[in-house]
Design a protein around this ligand. Structure first.
Ligand code: 5GP
Length: 191
């Protein structure tokens, strides 16, 4: 069992058979020491790639993405979910939110991603892959290249990984959940 799996068992809570709450160390309170270790593992995994930007989505992706970017010594860029008045020329993509069950728009100022970028996308969760698909659409609009996708917690009983792998993307998840039941969390073995 790795450190993320141990932390999930200690501090996480299966709300039902679909959703897990990890507010205690990822989604509201952030444990910087654990997050640093997660980033270390992600960066080690993608060390052969010449990453030029780490991309994520506000808000919960920012902590792991920033620590990855710090270790790689490249900028971290986060996609916004609301358009500030200062944002003019944007790339955008519609996403269906798994947790909120409604659509939102991802936005990025065009100046922060371009065709010379090799992108590592980092996010807290992978469920059905909608957030990743939105990020990929923006990477494509910018003509940048996606080197890989790093996820803290993958719910492997949902379709996200299969959808992304079918499109030829590498998905590296630190914890893969096979099954959730209220009060019980089972990990995929041999990942
Ligand atoms: P997807 O777009 O892959 O369906 O869902 C991923 C996004 O939904 C993540 O960025 C995360 O914000 C949210 N999410 C999906 N499943 C869960 C979950 O079980 N717990 C929490 N806290 N967030 C989730």
């Amino acid at each position: 069992m790795n450190i993320l799996e141990s932390a999930i068992l200690e501090y996480g809570e299966a709300i039902d058979d679909q959703v897990i709450k990890v507010d205690a160390f990822i989604n509201q309170q952030v444990d910087p020491v654990l997050m640093d270790q997660f980033a270390e593992a992600i960066v080690a995994h993608f060390k052969q790639h010449k990453i030029t930007k780490v991309l994520t989505i506000e808000a919960s992706g920012i902590a792991p993405a920033l620590l990855c970017a710090l270790k790689l010594k490249v900028p971290m860029v986060f996609l916004k979910k609301q358009k500030p008045s200062t944002l003019k020329d944007v790339y955008s993509a519609e996403v269906f939110s798994f947790t909120k069950q409604k659509n939102y728009t991802l936005m990025l100022d065009q100046q922060y991603l371009n065709e010379s970028d090799q992108v590592l996308f980092v996010d807290d969760f992978l469920a059905n892959g909608a957030a990743c698909k939105g990020a990929i659409a923006i990477i494509q609009q910018a003509h940048a290249k996606l080197s890989g996708i790093a996820i803290l917690i993958e719910k492997s009983f949902q379709d996200g990984r299969a959808l992304l792998e079918e499109q030829g993307y590498e998905v590296y998840s630190l914890a893969r959940i096979q099954k959730l039941e209220k009060g019980n969390i089972t990990f995929l073995t041999g990942k």
